[in-house]
Ligand binder design. Structure first.
Ligand code: HEM
Length: 504
């Protein structure tokens, strides 16, 4: 395929100029993050706000490609994401609104989706959320701000809050609407494990294929996806596109005359604010280690926690470092399960990373097919953490647990996933892999780290840890994660933002 958007298998600068930078990069070099949740009050003010953002929005051209990459990386980035309600408020036509996939139209908090697909019920039900649920004002937009330092971030946040303030009620920052996050220097999430290691590249942006590179169309609308298909894209009518900014809608089965491709070069963003109960996580690991010692020998809380996660705190995968943490392996992502760990003796089948990406073991005898099936559901995880980090250096001596009692502040993960298909990527992983009680050789259990709390009708969630002495079944796992908010967003292309800003 070669055209103005693709040359020699790579996306052209013209294509990248249309794509928001957050679609192709999590800006890992930027440490300070704010997600500003905005509610629109007057359509005209909302459109003017979008227009004012346009010159500021970081595109995928950014600093790449460059011989001096370090020097040219931006110190601050601005991106904007919109919910379905936000698009409606801005004046998108019914034709455009209806052409979005159902998951996005309904949103993350729709009762059936939340309870039956995502496992958000009981205390995690959207009714209890800080934002994005039925009890709080609708989220229309999210401003994604990233900066290289705290002071840079402060000045960005005040700049953008002031702009919203100056709209004289035309738009508002929602209650709990300034969500702060950061990327700590040790790259660890709050349970104490290095995160952000497994991250798929995008064909045409970074890499051309292979186990760790997923199809362009799995992240950017308008390109062939995992199945070689260009997925349906939301449309607008040519008549609405007064500035003639959207590309023509092309479809081999339909003439599409008079239609414009609203979605091309856009993506979807899943945002879930997940609070972590670090105290309960480590107390469980410690109690379980004590129970196991009688049968297995000298195991400690870190060993149990690593079995739950599938990696050691340094990030070293259990498949490559089965017995102890090896910091030198902390960045390794080039492993699979079938050859070295077919029975889960190193990494339990139920471990968080083995559930959320089973790699070559969906069908044990068909490695290549399994790898391909797993690849179809990959996501780019580009979030941040919130709340103060704990010192885990004393963990093996139990010191950190005592520390926890003195640090009761809320802490957790802003889970942000960039994808092109909410149902096939995020929801499938959440429903069929993380929360599925009978998945990939395990039964009556869910993901030990992020699984939804069992409903009363289900058996308690226990992790099975295969060992040379036979399988060990843990006590019932309490929920370690509480959902505090969430939303499904569209990350529109820059032309789509221009289009929306110019709507009458
Ligand atoms: C507070 C909640 C969570 C914590 C603490 C957490 C922690 C981690 C850690 C430590 C890793 C290993 C590092 C890496 O491979 O990059 C990881 C990997 C991963 N997590 Fe999570 N996670 C959380 C929520 C979720 C959720 C909600 C999903 C999906 C719905 C998810 C999907 C994944 C995936 C796909 C991987 C990569 C697995 C692989 O490719 O091997 N995580 N997570």
């Amino acid at each position: 395929m070669s055209n103005k958007f693709v040359a020699d298998g790579r996306l052209t600068e013209e294509a990248k100029a249309d794509i928001q930078g957050f679609v192709t990069s999590g800006y890992g070099h930027l440490t300070d993050v704010a997600y500003v949740l905005v509610g629109f009050r007057q359509p005209g003010a909302a459109r003017r706000w979008l227009a004012s953002l346009l010159p500021e929005i970081t595109s995928a051209v950014g600093w790449r490609p460059s011989a001096h990459e370090e020097k040219q990386k931006p110190r601050r980035t601005v991106n904007v994401a919109l919910t379905h309600a936000g698009l409606e408020f801005l004046g998108a036509s019914q034709q455009t609104l209806c052409s979005f996939p159902r998951a996005f139209r309904e949103g993350i908090a729709e009762t059936n989706r939340a309870a039956n697909i995502l496992g958000d019920y009981g205390q995690n039900a959207p009714e209890h959320w800080e934002f994005g649920g039925p009890g709080t004002p609708p989220v229309h937009a999210c401003l994604l701000l990233h900066a290289a330092s705290g002071p840079d971030m402060e000045s960005m946040v005040s700049q953008y809050l002031e702009v919203i303030d100056r709209s004289h009620g035309g738009l508002a920052v929602l209650p709990q609407g300034v969500q702060r996050g950061y990327r700590p220097p040790n790259q660890k999430e709050h349970f104490g494990f290095r995160d952000g290691i497994a991250q798929p590249g995008i064909v045409g942006i970074k890499g051309q294929g292979g186990a760790n590179v997923a199809a362009t169309g799995d992240f950017i609308l308008g390109y062939p996806d995992h199945y070689g298909v260009v997925a349906g894209s939301p449309v607008a009518s040519a008549g609405e596109d007064r500035g003639n900014v959207l590309p023509a809608w092309e479809n081999p089965f339909h003439e599409g005359r008079g239609l414009r491709d609203f979605g091309r070069h856009g993506a979807y963003l899943v945002y879930r604010k997940l609070e972590q109960d670090v105290d309960s996580f480590w107390r469980f690991a410690q109690a379980e280690a004590e129970r196991m010692r009688s049968r297995i020998g000298s195991v400690d809380a870190v060993w149990v926690a690593a079995k739950m996660m599938g990696r050691w705190p340094s990030g070293a995968p259990l498949v490559l470092a089965p017995d102890r943490d090896e910091t030198g392996l902390g960045e390794r992502d080039d492993f699979a399960y079938a050859e070295h760990d077919p029975e889960g003796l190193r990494c339990p089948f139920g471990a968080h990373i083995r559930r959320s990406n089973p790699r070559d073991m969906i069908r044990p005898s068909e490695k290549e097919q399994s790898l391909s099936m797993s690849r179809a559901h990959r996501m780019r995880r580009q979030g941040s953490i919130y709340g103060p980090q704990l010192d885990f250096s004393l963990l093996s001596g139990g010191g950190a647990l005592a520390d926890l009692d003195r640090q009761p502040e809320a802490r957790g993960l802003h889970f942000l996933a960039v994808i092109a298909n909410i149902e096939r990527q995020f929801e499938l992983v959440q429903q069929h892999w993380i929360n599925n009680p009978a998945f990939n050789g395990v039964s009556d259990s869910q993901d030990p780290v992020v699984g939804a709390p069992s409903a009363s009708t289900q058996p308690p969630n226990r992790l099975v840890v295969p060992t040379p002495h036979g399988p060990w079944q843990t006590q019932a796992l309490p929920p370690f994660i509480a959902v505090r908010g969430g939303a499904y967003f569209h990350l529109p292309s820059l032309p789509a933002i221009r289009f929306l800003a110019a709507l009458p």
